[in-house]
Design a protein around this ligand. Structure first.
Ligand code: SF4
Length: 347
């Protein structure tokens, strides 16, 4: 029986090279193929005109090529756009494009839905559907950039999903985005955001590329964190801190600690004292994110004076701190607001 064709999106740069070698092709063909798939966004193999006709035919017989379709584009008054993509199997995910002058940051999804169940997150409430493939992540970024008519300067794995629960595919996606003939985004401009999956942080510290790491903390009090982020209960805060410190020693890079500020929940004096104790004395950067409204949750944003007080308390303790300016809140494109609306509404 003939083997079923493989999805070309399942291959990272090394996988594409192996596939071409198996088809008897010289190594430079990988650059050409990657440029067609993700640079020029060819919708099929037939149109890859500088590849020999016999190779195009072999590729079409052995692989499927299914770019996602844009089901919906929402445009925010601040220039942010949110996209709903549908893959060939009907699964949908969202990406967000955030322009700033001639720069474009694209927030992409690594899973359809998410198994982690964070209390304040719309994605977690929608459940988990499936892992995404490296090419499916790369297409979100490339197609978003094409719609803006810009090159993506930065890409962040902060959309739906926990990247380290889909580690190999996420690294494969980052490598396609980083490759000069893929999207050519510098490694330091590619960020992986984890909710604290320690084995993934350890592995990332050993990778050769200088990808950037962000870890969602959201509380440095164990009981609060367990309630807000039940999916990472098994990796306690103490171990998270020692793993992150070890990461800074191995890589020389400063991870960001994401902290979604929720009024009355994790902005109290006790919570802020615990945050200071967690972040002080090592190479961390705290990014305060005043929480966004998510339908069906009670989480609310602290007032501006309280946000300023928290930032000042951290700075006074010597902790490098920033407050994120939210973009795209009016189209539910900000952090924690992405959902799988089509899937959820079909249930
Ligand atoms: S915050 Fe991230 S890890 Fe948590 S449920 Fe949402 S998508 Fe998943």
């Amino acid at each position: 029986m003939a083997e079923a064709p493989t999805d070309i999106a399942s291959l990272d740069p090394a996988g594409l090279a192996e596939a071409l070698t198996a088809l008897g092709q010289p190594s430079f063909r990988r650059r050409q193929l990657m440029a067609w798939l993700y640079g020029r966004l060819a919708p099929d193999f037939a149109g890859m005109t500088d590849l020999p006709a016999s190779l195009r035919e072999n590729l079409a017989n052995s692989y499927t090529l299914n770019q996602p379709d844009a089901l919906e584009v929402q445009r925010s008054s601040d220039g942010t756009r949110k996209y709903l993509w549908r893959f060939a199997d009907g699964v949908t995910v969202e990406s967000v494009g955030i322009p700033s002058g001639d720069r474009l940051t694209v927030c992409f999804s690594t899973q359809a839905g998410c198994p982690m169940g964070c209390a304040f997150c719309a994605t977690g409430r929608g459940g988990f559907t499936r892992d995404l493939l490296p090419g499916e992540m790369t297409w979100q970024v490339a197609l978003t950039a094409r719609d803006f008519g810009l090159r993506a300067s930065n890409a962040v794995a902060m959309g739906q999903g926990e990247p380290f629960q889909n580690y190999d595919a996420t690294l494969g996606g980052l490598r396609l985005m980083n490759a000069p003939d893929g999207l050519g985004i510098r490694a330091r401009h590619l960020t992986v955001s984890t909710c604290g999956v320690i084995p993934g942080i350890r592995r990332l510290a050993t990778e050769p590329e200088q990808f950037t790491l962000a870890a969602s903390l959201h509380s440095a009090v164990q009981a609060t964190r367990d309630r807000l982020m039940p999916g990472v209960k098994r990796w306690p805060l103490e171990e998270l801190k020692s793993t992150l410190i070890d990461y800074t020693h191995r890589t020389g890079r400063r991870p960001t600690l994401e902290y979604a500020l929720i009024a009355g929940e994790n902005d109290t004096p006790e919570e802020i004292a615990a945050l200071v104790a967690f972040a002080r004395g090592w190479m961390s950067h705290v990014n305060l994110i005043p929480v966004n409204p998510v339908a069906g949750t009670k989480a609310s944003r602290p007032g501006d004076p309280r946000i300023a007080q928290v930032a000042a308390a951290l700075e006074a303790a010597g902790v490098e701190t920033s407050v994120r300016t939210e973009r795209g809140t009016d189209i539910d494109a900000a952090c924690g607001q992405l959902t799988q609306r089509h899937r959820v509404s079909a249930e």
